[in-house]
Design a binder for this molecule. Structure first.
Ligand code: ARG
Length: 261
């Protein structure tokens, strides 16, 4: 083989190896899981029965959500406002988008935080009152006294049916990823508009694990407590750019008031 060709080939091999290895290296996680660019793995709806997704009138999944009562779900305000309430569907108990298990219910009432303007200014939270009761275990909503759950370094789990890489295809079934909560200082360094009262960040300094487009509105859990709602971020899983979540404990009262309506 001519030296030039051989050099070109081994350079290509290095590039390929890099492409395959880098996401795994940037995505520290339990062994036996499949590293993706967002560093997630397939998750079971039985383990996360509160995880739901939102569909438009054509049945397309466009956001996530989380059950907090038998007939109420939380999502991001930017998700709730994306389609008219009459055209909004909530799919519960379904792991695969193509599946027929679980139920799809309509929404009889939508509350969005009156302070919401756009995700980067905070208050990205909505309550969806459902048309029907659904038989799936809801998540516990973080309360103001649950401050310890928000300590930097706390391992949290984000769930969703969104993209598995920045600009890539959406997942066909539920995925989960483990990300540490960051300190307010770290997040303020990453984003000028970070507001520690209404937001919380999660992600590794080196990136590699994150929520992505289509995951918005979905849950960030610490154990069985909902601490965050997927809201925004610059790209997905980029180094130094953690995911930004609505700080649920700041809205406990609003949520309980609007869940019972
Ligand atoms: N805004 C996105 C959505 O509508 C979610 C973005 C989350 N991004 C991130 N890097 N964590 O689905």
């Amino acid at each position: 083989m001519p030296t030039k060709l051989r050099r070109a080939l081994s350079a290509a091999a290095v590039l390929l190896a890099g492409a395959v290895l880098v996401p795994g290296a940037a995505a520290p996680q339990a062994s036996g899981t499949q590293p993706f660019i967002v560093g997630g793995q397939e998750a079971s709806i039985a383990d996360h029965p509160y995880a739901v997704y939102l569909v438009d009138s054509r049945g397309n999944q466009f956001c996530g959500g989380v059950l907090v009562a038998a007939d109420a779900a939380l999502t991001a305000a930017h998700c709730a406002l994306a389609v008219r309430p009459a055209e909004l569907g909530v799919v519960a108990g379904r792991q695969h988008k193509r599946g027929t298990d679980g139920v799809e219910v309509g929404v009889r009432r939508v509350w969005t935080s009156p302070d919401y303007q756009d995700p980067t200014s905070g208050h990205d939270i909505a309550v969806l009152n459902l048309d029907d009761y659904v038989p799936y275990r809801p998540a516990h909503v973080a309360r103001p006294e649950d401050r310890a759950l928000y300590a930097a370094g706390t391992r949290a789990t984000v769930l969703g049916w969104g993209r598995t890489s920045d600009g890539g295809p959406k997942a066909q079934s539920l995925r989960s990823a483990q990300v540490p909560l960051t300190s307010d200082a770290t997040c303020a360094e990453a984003y000028r508009s970070y507001d520690p009262r209404t937001m919380v960040c999660a992600g590794f300094p080196e990136g590699g694990v994150d929520a992505c487009q289509g995951d918005s509105g979905g849950p960030l859990m610490v154990g069985d407590v909902l601490v965050g709602i997927v809201s925004w971020g610059e790209g997905c899983a980029a180094p130094g750019k953690p995911g930004v979540y609505t700080r649920v404990a700041n809205y406990t009262d609003d949520v309980s008031r609007h869940v019972r309506r």
